[in-house]
Design a protein around this ligand. Structure first.
Ligand code: GLC
Length: 543
């Protein structure tokens, strides 16, 4: 195993593949049915053992593991300085960091800054009386006439964003659950304390942070109403969409707060923000930190229709806005989104994977995506996600994408010996790590191959990007170039066979999504055949 190299010149994030772990569902080491830190340690070799047998990722992002009453499964923190006993303790966490670093794997913590748990001692104090010194750490406001909430803001998880507190006669703001009261980011004490939390985890050795729900940190100081959304279709759309959230959150106004974090974390570290800036706003985010250690997530591939031209248009513009020196990123799924294999289908998920690992920038993998895990519809009486429970009928529940990792075909898919907190997907007999590791054609083998290829070919890590006209609108093709090295990527988005021609005199296959063409075999780009849902990475020389 290679030693963790702190002195590398290029920032590690520039070449990293990040793997998101939802700790509750990854691996349970003590058989209580809930995944934990020791479970993650057990599986680090699967993620990266320094050989091409493992997945080969460079960093893990852990969804929250802090002390929490788990109203939103960890996104409601009651102690930012400790680990929830369900997951382990600080000692085990330190072991996880050192074991990860031994394998050259960085550790990114989730950082929930918008809200705490209602059981956090700060909120308990804050709600104890109107003149408690911590009152202003949260957002309290008198009722409007007739006892109504102070404004029309809506909770992401359904209903008003305000909860009335009988004891003190005021409402408090919660953009998510009532159990997740919003902190007041206009209060400098809050800002100071949150920065201390970052420093604390950096001292423990973490390498970066994923900033949760950060657009919500920037709210209108005067708490003005949000505006009605003229495009909202009642009964069809999620009721949260009935408003345009122009005052309750802001993309650009959060940038100064991010800059404040950048000053704290220092240039060896990295931050990625959960925020969706428009293409017009994007450039401002890349100017935010002098050290370029912060990027905003790019969730756009999740929402685009599966259409080669739509992908080409978006990626061309996005890549151009980001520019050659900044770090772009691409995401196919996470703990809040339907899984990619269910969203677009198994075969297309392989094409999407090839795209993910051959574009410029940082690819994110959501645990299980690499084995083609699919959503699993949870029987109503076993639903866990509070969002799904509070707003039913719109398919908002996030349990389907959070089911236990499928390790093998033993009971509970080898995730645990005890009954898991969410049922295991019934397909675990067919879809699991163990069989896919030994199947040279599995999607896991494709992930390993693509990650390996990326690592070994600077053209993929650092080369420029430009798309090409493939002569067929359902084929997305693009070039990566670095000096003399040229790699052509061809992705057939359709269910039909496609024959295309390019004017290159020599091409060699690097990887194809079906994994049935050997590395290095020659390919003739005159009348080149792409089978349905097939993608190729080809090394080419220009005529
Ligand atoms: C983010 C998280 C989501 C969580 C919410 C509230 O959107 O990704 O899982 O429920 O913030 O913290």
């Amino acid at each position: 195993m290679k030693k963790y190299n702190k002195r590398a010149k290029e920032h590690w994030s520039k070449t990293a593949v990040v793997y998101q772990i939802y700790p509750r569902s990854f691996k349970d080491s003590n058989n209580d049915g809930i995944g934990d830190l020791n479970g993650i340690i057990e599986k680090l070799d699967y993620l990266n053992d320094g050989t091409k047998n493992s997945l080969g990722i460079d960093a893990i992002w852990l969804s929250p593991i802090y002390k929490s009453p788990m109203a939103d499964f960890g996104y409601d923190i009651s102690d930012y300085y400790d680990i929830d006993p369900i997951f382990g303790d600080l000692k085990i966490f330190e072991k996880l960091i050192s074991e990860a670093h031994k394998r050259n794997v960085r550790v990114i913590m989730d950082f929930v800054a918008n809200h705490t748990s209602s059981q956090h001692p700060w909120f308990i104090e804050s709600s104890s009386s109107r003149n408690n010194p911590k009152r202003d750490w949260y957002i309290w406001k008198d009722p409007k006439a007739h006892g109504l909430p102070p404004n029309n803001w809506l909770s992401e998880f359904g209903g008003s964003a305000w909860e009335y507190d009988k004891k003190t006669g005021q409402y408090y703001l919660h953009k998510f659950l009532p159990e997740q009261p919003d902190l007041n980011w206009f209060n400098p004490e809050v800002v100071r304390e949150m920065k201390n939390i970052l420093r604390y985890w950096i001292k423990k050795g973490v390498d970066g942070f994923r900033l949760d729900a950060i657009a919500h940190l920037a709210k209108d100081k005067q708490l003005r109403d949000d505006l009605p959304n003229p495009d909202y279709v009642s009964g069809k759309d999620n009721p949260h969409k009935s408003l345009l959230h122009v005052n309750s959150r802001s993309n650009l106004d959060v940038i100064p707060i991010i800059e404040g974090f950048c000053n704290v974390i220092g240039k060896d570290h990295f931050m990625v923000g959960e925020i969706s800036p428009t293409l017009e706003e994007l450039a401002s985010f890349y100017q935010a930190c002098a050290e370029k250690i912060h990027i905003p997530f790019n969730f756009n591939l999740i929402n685009l229709p599966w259409n080669a031209q739509a992908f080409r248009r978006f990626i061309d513009t996005y890549d151009q806005v980001i520019g050659p020196d900044n770090l772009s990123n691409y995401v196919l799924g996470n703990h809040d989104q339907p899984r990619v294999a269910s969203r677009i289908g198994k075969d297309r998920a392989r094409v999407a994977a090839m795209l993910l690992f051959t574009l410029r920038g940082m690819p994110f993998i959501y645990y299980g995506e690499e084995i083609g895990m699919e959503d699993y519809l949870i029987p109503e009486d076993q639903v866990q996600d509070p969002w799904g429970k509070r707003v039913s009928g719109f398919g908002l529940g996030r349990d389907p994408e959070r089911t236990p990792m499928q390790w093998n075909k033993k009971p509970y898919a080898g995730f645990s010996n005890g009954k898991p907190w969410l049922p295991v997907n019934k397909n675990y007999q067919e879809i699991h790590v163990e069989s896919e590791l030994s199947d040279p054609h599995s999607i896991l083998s494709l992930y390993r191959k693509l990650i390996q290829y990326r690592k070994n070919f600077p053209v993929i890590l650092r080369g420029s990007y430009h798309s090409l006209d493939a002569g067929d609108s359902s084929v997305f093709s693009f070039m990566r170039e670095l000096g003399d090295e040229k790699v052509l990527i061809l992705l057939n988005f359709s269910e039909q066979k496609k024959t295309i021609t390019f004017d290159f005199n020599k091409a060699k296959v690097a990887v194809n999504t079906h994994l049935d063409k050997n590395f290095g075999i020659e390919a003739n780009l005159k009348n080149f055949v792409l089978r349905p849902n097939e993608g190729y990475v080809l090394e080419v020389a220009k005529r």
